[in-house]
Design a protein around this ligand. Structure first.
Ligand SMILES: *[C@@H]1O[C@H](CO)[C@@H](O)[C@H](O)[C@H]1NC(C)=O
Ligand SMILES: *[C@@H]1O[C@H](CO)[C@@H](O)[C@H](O)[C@H]1NC(C)=O
Length: 501
């Protein structure tokens, strides 16, 4: 049961407490508010020349305006991944793929936030297009040396570290980062298909070329670029997962049979039969299964039944009580995968639960089979309630009574591990603050002066404790790939009329 709009909030929460009903602590207006904030966060991560309508996060200024110029390429724009000033290609592309997926599945529920969400996608794809088109048979995959960058605590607007540029090529391949870039461009082409057909076509054509490059010159970018991508965004899972993921997005975006053939011929060598339970910027296997299961559930592609079976395994692994349950939850009920930036797994899982619930409910008798000789099944409404618990935890319904989205709710983290948010704004303090001079702000006990509205942070530990310590980056750093799938999940819950239950 959930509390309907015609019962007042107070009565609703009282009923919840009295009867321990599984109703939500938040109203659809609360989710709408969180949705708006989750998108504003991306404005805080923007690199390049900011548009005039960036009025919702006014403390940021232009930055990185000569990125690429030393290499005679234009690499201005894109997103800083987290609390630093490096533009890392792999997480930026993954962020763009997941933002696109959020709009594709739940854009209909976004109402007046839809245009902002599409702007957030476009800020990523404008940059990825530049990175892909600049040089034939190469892809620019990073601006900034993280080792140098991390020696400074500096506003992006003040950056004076060398902006080294890195690329993958036929000699130094990077099928992981290139295929993720292809996935992002393909997914975004669906987002703009109706509203901007010529941009959409450009995205799709570039996606096809970048995928071809990724697939033709096989290798991991960690091999040639390990000193600047590892350990930050090392491709631990290799590149097989990204090739299958990208082919799946191209299949959906292009409707070209050649990608169906590719998936049929290469799926087994690219991880189709492996179960994996962590979906992240590194490992795409679980997301690929869910994405392809749509082909089976909605479009009757019999060959994709395999992916539905593995999607069931993934989904059931998260469901307490199911025979093949194997997730860890904190005492307060938060999915827990690890101490570094744990909420990234919570937001990706919540998104996959909701996307899968949508695919299941649009297929007759659709449910997830959880082992037990076929006797144990779960329905889409159960997936929605699992996801809702995680979303609500993040928004403040947790033992610490702390919202892990900055700027949302009564209590939220004040010491966010983010250079721009923790230093004075360039508008308030225009004088340059150099590399080393910023550390006084990192180490200060004062709250951040600039609210990074909407940022979801790494989050609490396995006992629901959160330090709110700027130096504890594992818990207090935001990242674009934590927010991207959360945008879709919040859109879903903001729209009562779209509820599957
Ligand atoms: C902001 O401005 C840009 C370019 O000037 C435009 O493309 C975009 O749609 C605007 N966004 C909103 C939400 O008004
Ligand atoms: C489908 O994709 C293949 C491989 O990229 C290409 O050669 C072919 O022309 C495409 N077909 C159509 C109808 O676009």
């Amino acid at each position: 049961m959930f509390c309907g709009a015609n019962i007042s909030n107070i009565l609703c929460s009282t009923l919840c407490m009295l009867f321990i009903l599984s109703c939500s602590a938040f109203t659809s207006q609360d989710y709408e508010n969180a949705l708006e904030k989750s998108i504003i966060f991306f404005e805080g991560q923007r690199s390049g020349r900011l548009p005039h309508n960036q009025s919702r996060l006014p403390w940021r200024g232009d930055s990185g305006l000569s990125d690429g110029s030393g290499y005679h390429v234009d690499l201005v724009g894109g997103y800083y991944d987290a609390g630093d000033n490096v533009k890392f290609g792999l997480p930026m592309a993954f962020t763009t793929t997941l933002l696109s997926w959020s709009v594709i599945e739940f854009g209909n529920s976004m109402k007046n936030q839809l245009n902002s969400a599409k702007d957030a996608v476009r800020w990523g794809t404008d940059y990825l297009l530049k990175a892909a088109i600049a040089t034939p048979d190469a892809l620019y995959i990073q601006v900034g040396d993280p080792n140098n960058d991390h020696r400074c605590w500096e506003r992006a607007e003040d950056m004076d570290t060398t902006r080294n540029v890195y690329k993958v090529s036929s000699e130094n391949p990077g099928s992981d980062v290139a295929a993720e870039t292809a996935a992002a461009l393909a997914a975004a082409s669906i987002v703009f298909k109706d509203s901007d057909p010529s941009y959409s076509t450009k995205l799709l054509q570039t996606a096809i070329q970048v995928f071809d490059f990724a697939n033709r010159y096989k290798g991991s970018y960690s091999d040639s670029l390990g000193s600047v991508v590892c350990p930050f965004y090392c491709s631990y899972s290799g590149y097989h997962d990204e090739l299958l993921w990208a082919a799946s997005w191209l299949h959906r975006a292009s409707e070209n049979e050649s990608y169906l053939t590719y998936i049929q011929s290469n799926g087994h060598t690219l991880g189709a039969d492996e179960d994996d339970f962590s979906f992240s910027w590194d490992d795409k296997r679980a997301g690929t299964k869910i994405l392809l299961s749509k082909g089976f559930l909605e479009d009757n592609i019999e060959d994709f039944q395999l992916y539905k079976a593995h999607s069931d395994n993934y989904i059931c692994s998260l469901a307490p009580g199911s025979p093949n349950f194997q997730a860890q939850y904190t005492p307060g009920g938060l999915l827990y995968k690890g101490s570094e930036s744990n909420l990234q797994y919570v937001t990706t899982s919540s998104f996959l639960l909701l996307a899968y619930a949508k695919y299941l409910s649009s297929s007759q008798g659709g449910e997830a089979a959880c082992g037990g000789g076929g006797t144990s099944t779960i329905t889409s409404d159960k997936l929605v309630s699992l996801a809702r618990k995680q979303v609500d935890y993040i928004l403040g319904n947790n033992p610490a009574k702390m919202s892990y989205m900055v700027g949302f709710g009564q209590r939220y983290p004040q010491h966010v591990h983010h250079r721009g948010s923790s230093l004075p704004s360039v508008h308030a303090h225009p004088a340059h603050i150099s590399c080393g001079d910023g550390f006084q702000y990192l180490n200060s006990r004062s709250p951040n002066p600039n609210i990074l509205v909407g940022a979801v942070l790494g989050g609490p530990d396995n006992r629901d404790n959160f330090a709110d310590d700027r130096n504890n980056y594992q818990q207090s750093e935001p990242a674009t790939y934590i927010n991207a799938p959360f945008v879709g999940a919040l859109a879903f819950f903001s729209d009562q009329s779209a509820q599957l239950v």
